[in-house]
Design a protein around this ligand. Structure first.
Ligand SMILES: Nc1ncnc2c1ncn2[C@@H]1O[C@H](COP(=O)(O)OP(=O)(O)O)[C@@H](O)[C@H]1O
Ligand SMILES: [Mg+2]
Length: 251
C-alpha cells in the first residue's frame, strides 16, 4: 500500500465514523408514469435510504429520471406509486398544506437557476423562508441570515441586491437561503451546472461541511462525475431504475 492509499483509508474511516446511520429519508418501491406524448414509466421500483450527515449524489444520463425523482422526494410531486418516508414519518398521502409545512421545516432547496429576487438584498433573500416559517422574530431571523451569509463568505455583500453579484456568489446566496430554517435535508438539482470549476469547488466544500460538521443530509443531482465521485455515496439511475445504489466513493 502506498502513502496515498494510506491517506485514503484514513479519510474513509473519518467519514464512516462521522456518518450516523440514522435514516432521514427512505423510499419504498417508488414508480411513476408520464402519459404525454405516450405512456411510459419514468421511475421504476426506486427503493433507497439516505442517512443523517450524508452527502449523497444522484447521477445518470440526461433523461434517466433524476429530476423527476428529486421532485417526488421534495414532496412537490405526489403522483407516484410506492411510499416516501422522511424522518420515519410516512409522507405519501399527506394533504397539500401538511406537505407545504413539512417542506418549509425539513427540506431546503437549491436550484440550478437560483430564483433569487433580483431587487432584494442578499440578506432579505436569505431571510424570506424564515419569515414565512414565522418561528422567530424579524431581528432573530436577520441575525441568523447574517450568520449563514458569513458561513458562505458573503457577509460583506449582505446589503447588495442579488442582481449585482456574480453567478457564483448568487449560487452561494441561494445555498444560504436553503439553510436558513436549518432543514434536516437539503436537495439540489444540478447546483453547479452553471458554475466554473473554482465556484464548483467552493460549493462542494460547503456541502461537505454541511453534511459532516452539521449532520444535515445533502441529496444532490449532478451530471458532474468528479463532483459525484468526491461525495460520500452515489446512486446511479438509468431508464428510471437504480442501477447502483451503494457506490461508496471512498472505496
Ligand atoms: N412533464 C413531463 N411530461 C412528460 N415527460 C416528461 C416530463 N418531464 C420529464 N419527462 C421525461 O421523463 C424523462 C426523465 O426526465 P428527467 O427526470 O427530467 O431526467 P433527468 O433529470 O435525469 O435528465 C425524460 O425522458 C423526459 O423527457
Ligand atoms: Mg434533470
Amino acid at each position: 500500500m502506498n502513502q496515498f492509499e494510506n491517506l485514503k483509508t484514513t479519510e474513509q474511516e473519518k467519514i464512516a465514523g462521522s456518518m450516523n446511520r440514522d435514516v432521514v429519508l427512505r423510499t419504498k418501491e417508488i414508480g411513476k408514469y408520464f402519459y404525454e406524448p405516450v405512456k411510459f414509466k419514468v421511475l421504476d421500483n426506486i427503493s433507497f435510504e439516505a442517512y443523517k450527515g450524508e452527502f449523497l449524489t444522484l447521477v445518470g444520463k440526461s433523461g434517466s429520471g433524476k429530476s423527476t425523482l428529486l421532485y417526488c422526494l421534495s414532496t412537490m410531486d405526489t403522483t407516484y406509486e410506492g411510499e416516501l418516508f422522511i424522518e420515519n414519518e410516512k409522507i405519501t398521502g399527506k394533504k397539500t398544506d401538511e406537505l407545504a409545512a413539512l417542506r418549509n421545516k425539513s427540506i431546503g432547496f437549491i436550484f440550478q437557476f437560483h430564483y433569487l429576487l433580483p431587487e432584494f438584498s442578499c440578506l432579505k433573500n436569505v431571510m424570506l423562508p424564515a419569515l414565512k416559517l414565522g418561528k422567530h422574530s424579524y431581528e432573530e431571523v436577520e441575525e441568523q441570515a447574517y450568520h449563514k451569509l458569513e458561513m458562505l463568505g458573503l457577509k460583506d455583500q449582505a446589503l447588495k441586491p442579488t442582481s449585482k453579484l456574480s453567478g457564483g456568489q448568487q449560487q452561494r446566496v441561494s445555498i444560504a437561503r436553503s439553510l436558513i430554517n436549518n432543514p434536516q435535508i437539503i436537495m439540489c438539482d444540478e447546483p453547479t451546472g452553471n458554475l466554473d470549476s473554482k465556484n464548483t469547488q467552493i460549493v462542494f466544500d460547503i456541502f461537505k461541511q454541511i453534511a459532516h460538521d452539521h449532520g444535515q443530509t445533502i441529496i444532490a443531482v449532478t451530471h458532474d462525475n468528479d463532483f459525484a465521485k468526491a461525495s460520500d455515496r452515489t446512486i446511479e439511475l438509468a431508464d428510471g431504475k437504480i442501477t447502483n445504489h451503494n457506490k461508496r466513493n471512498f472505496d
